[in-house]
Design a protein around this ligand. Structure first.
Ligand SMILES: NC(=O)c1ccc[n+]([C@@H]2O[C@H](COP(=O)([O-])OP(=O)(O)OC[C@H]3O[C@@H](n4cnc5c(N)ncnc54)[C@H](O)[C@@H]3O)[C@@H](O)[C@H]2O)c1
Length: 272
């Protein structure tokens, strides 16, 4: 038995095809878990499932999932059951970020109802639908389960130009606490992770950087320099693999008494 003892555990990772979700799938596969790569990017998810099998061995599948849709989320859970007959771990990782100002005096990059709804539906409603469906199953099982919510340090700190994103991440802090209170008695642990500034993923696209720089009244070059110069006591951005390692630990029985809290992974930049 290995230290984490995650061999053969079955884990769904939403938004698993890219960036942090991909790193989480790789981390889980490396320690022997069976993964379900659940993503709206069907081809990307399928490619990753194949790569995981080649690189780490074991069984991994992909499923086209839109976390905004209850029917799609139920199909995702069914895919896990059809393939593996069980579900041990859900990582609510799918998320988007569209920087906008609450009020833009120039009227260019202002938060609209449409953007508000898009960000909330993926970042906040998505984890609700996925956790509800997964918890129904885990509560019936003798072995329980683990839910991991991918929040962000912006959820406790707030973030200039990213208020709706930060608000959805703040919601994940609270959902983590509330769901822990409801599900703990059923042997389902709920934890969150709040990463700080990480190495670039698809989320940090040119369009994202352009809009974020605009909302902060700085150039893209200055914004990029700020990633490096931000007051990070460890003096560098976080590696995706470092967040993935935290997911593996939290998913394991080694973290069996960590429940209803959000673990900060920000190199010392923020606290909670
Ligand atoms: N990258 C960072 O610096 C950072 C920091 C803190 C928190 N996070 C969080 O980590 C998570 C992943 O971010 P990332 O940086 O890897 O972004 P990313 O854009 O690289 O990956 C997001 C993935 O989610 C998928 N996705 C989008 N909408 C979806 C939907 N409706 N249903 C299912 N899948 C959907 C995308 O196809 C993509 O594969 C997000 O929740 C984000 O808020 C990221």
């Amino acid at each position: 038995m290995s230290w984490l003892n995650l061999e053969e555990k079955v884990a769904i990772v939403t938004g698993g095809a890219s960036g942090l979700g991909r790193a989480v799938c790789e981390g889980l596969a490396e320690v022997g878990a069976r993964t379900i790569v659940a993503d709206v990017d069907e081809e990307g998810a399928a490619r990753l499932a194949t790569t995981l099998k080649e690189q780490f061995g074991g069984e991994h599948i992909a499923t086209r999932t839109d976390v905004r849709s209850k029917a799609s989320v139920e199909a995702m859970i069914q895919s896990a059951l059809d393939a593996f007959g069980t579900l041990d771990i859900l990582v609510n990782n799918a998320g988007i970020n569209i920087p906008r100002l609450l009020v833009d005096p120039a009227g260019k990059e202002e938060l609209t109802e449409d953007i508000w709804d898009r960000v909330v539906s993926i970042n906040q409603k998505g984890p609700f639908l996925c956790t509800q469906a997964a918890a129904r199953l885990m509560m019936k099982s003798d072995k329980g389960g683990v839910i991991i919510n991918m929040a962000s340090e912006s959820g406790s700190e707030g973030s200039e130009g990213q208020s709706v994103y930060a608000a959805t991440k703040a919601a994940l802090y609270n959902l983590t606490r509330s769901w822990a209170k409801e599900l703990g008695k059923h042997n389902v642990r709920v934890v969150g992770i709040a990463p700080g500034i990480l190495e670039a993923t698809a989320l940090r696209s040119d369009e994202y950087e352009r809009a974020l720089a605009y909302t902060r009244g700085i150039t893209i070059e200055t914004l990029r320099t700020k990633y490096e110069e931000a007051s990070i006591p460890l003096g560098r951005s976080g590696k995706l693999s470092e967040v993935a390692g935290t997911v593996c630990f939290l998913a394991s029985e080694r973290a069996g008494y960590i429940h209803g809290t959000v673990v900060n992974v920000s190199g010392g930049k923020s606290r909670a």
